[in-house]
Design a protein around this ligand. Structure first.
Ligand SMILES: [Zn+2]
Length: 411
């Protein structure tokens, strides 16, 4: 149930903007109402959400109580369309792209790709667009023209990652005219765009007993989905549960809507009853930083610490790093273990191999900004940052159940 609902969430969310819109749809269905960012702060009790671009914040408001925050990110590595996209050569029309985040470039080759994002018009409106059918393809060079390819594929980001999308000569304005027709507006009204490429293969149950979920953007829509599910279910009043899905984690979080920006701090200050009163509330608060973790890869076991491997369907994984690439400490870890025990779900512990530096995520950044104790966790995923990733089919439900227990825990 949870895995198929996650698959539906991912399919509805080809970009952070669409993930936010789908999150808003679900929150609205659950009775949450919008706090418009430019409007006066509404301090009355109830479920609220706030949207800025690709970032979504949601919370249940009542009298100030310890904050329990579920933090994730809405973005995934992909290809992003350049401002002047119309290009091509040798009779092929192509789209100029940059690489967004740390994508596994080879995974984008020879796939049928869609294109989605938002169009910003001269009149100030923003129009979402989603071409969710085969439109683009980044064609790989045939092996006959590169006999060495299987001992090391080399890709040049400027020359080799350009998708084709038609035949004929490149013509300035072509792509925007096509997209304008998709959403029935005039191309001349479009002033700018944020457009991202997405994989079109639908999510699928995979394996002998269908115990795996193959899916694009598990990093990190699996966590966004679990966080929204947990918040909607968390109806107690001993804590103030908060969900945040930040944009821009894959490019370092240092943006206006990223984890290093001010949005979460502004919200939490409101929820704590103002700047003068927030210190005491923050000191009693806790953040669960949720991002996928590396499942032990059966073909590359030497890349993992033998005693701290994350296994699929073994439950969401506590992430620990002595150098605080993950923000987990012992009291935070205890809070996580308590949440898993309350929810009755399994959990495991991941530590990277000492000689293989691990990644990082939103947790250490928000912890540094706010001084709120933070725990890093996430479900095990294989092929992370590929156009298509793989996880155990039970782990998403374990994560949302543990997340719900964490949000409700006043201890
Ligand atoms: Zn991530």
């Amino acid at each position: 149930m949870s895995a198929s609902d996650l698959a539906a969430f991912v399919s509805a969310s080809p970009t952070p903007y669409h993930a936010v819109a789908e999150g808003v749809r679900r929150l609205t269905e659950a009775g949450f109402t919008e706090q418009v960012e430019t409007a006066e702060w509404d301090a009355s009790p109830g479920g609220r959400y706030l949207v800025r671009d690709g970032t979504l914040l949601a919370w249940r408001q009542h009298a100030p109580s310890p904050l329990r925050i579920f933090a994730a990110h809405t973005d995934s590595p992909t290809l992003k369309v350049k401002p002047r996209p119309d290009t091509g050569a040798a009779g092929w029309r192509q789209v100029g792209v940059e690489i967004y985040g740390g994508a596994l470039w080879n995974s984008w080759l020879d796939r049928d790709l869609g294109l989605a994002g938002r169009l910003a018009l001269y009149d100030g409106t923003v129009v979402p667009v989603n071409v969710d059918r085969p439109l683009l393809r980044v064609p790989q060079l045939a092996i006959h023209l590169d006999r060495q390819v299987n001992s090391g594929l080399e890709l040049d980001a400027q020359r080799h990652m350009l998708p084709i999308w038609g035949l004929g000569d490149a013509r300035e304005g072509d792509l925007l005219e096509f997209l304008a027709a998709e959403v029935t507006i005039n191309a001349t009204d479009i002033a700018a765009h944020d457009l991202l490429v997405h994989d079109l293969t639908p999510p699928a149950r995979l394996g002998r007993d269908e115990e795996l979920l193959a899916c694009p953007r598990l990093d990190n829509l699996a966590s966004v989905h679990a966080g929204l599910t947990a918040l909607i279910a968390a109806t107690g009043s001993d804590t103030t549960p908060v969900f945040v899905g930040f944009d821009h984690e894959e490019i370092g979080s240092g943006t206006a809507t990223g984890a290093a920006g001010p949005l979460l701090e502004t919200l939490l200050t409101h929820l704590a009853g103002g700047f003068d009163r927030r210190d005491r509330i923050f000191a009693a608060s806790r953040c669960l930083s949720v991002d996928v973790t590396h499942a032990a890869h059966p073909n590359y076991l030497e890349r993992h610490d033998p005693d701290h491997r994350a296994l699929p369907n073994g439950g969401p994984t506590l992430k620990v790093n002595a150098n605080q690439r993950y923000a987990t400490d012992a009291p935070g870890a205890a809070a996580w273990h308590r949440a898993c025990r309350t929810a009755g779900v399994p959990t495991q512990v991941f530590v990277g191999k000492n000689t293989v530096p691990c990644g990082s995520t939103v947790g250490p950044i928000t912890a540094t900004r706010l001084g709120i104790r933070t725990v890093d966790v996430g479900i095990p995923v294989l092929s992370m940052h590929s156009a298509r990733e793989l996880c155990g089919v039970d782990d998403p439900a374990y994560l949302s159940a543990a997340g719900e227990a964490f949000l409700a825990d006043p201890t």
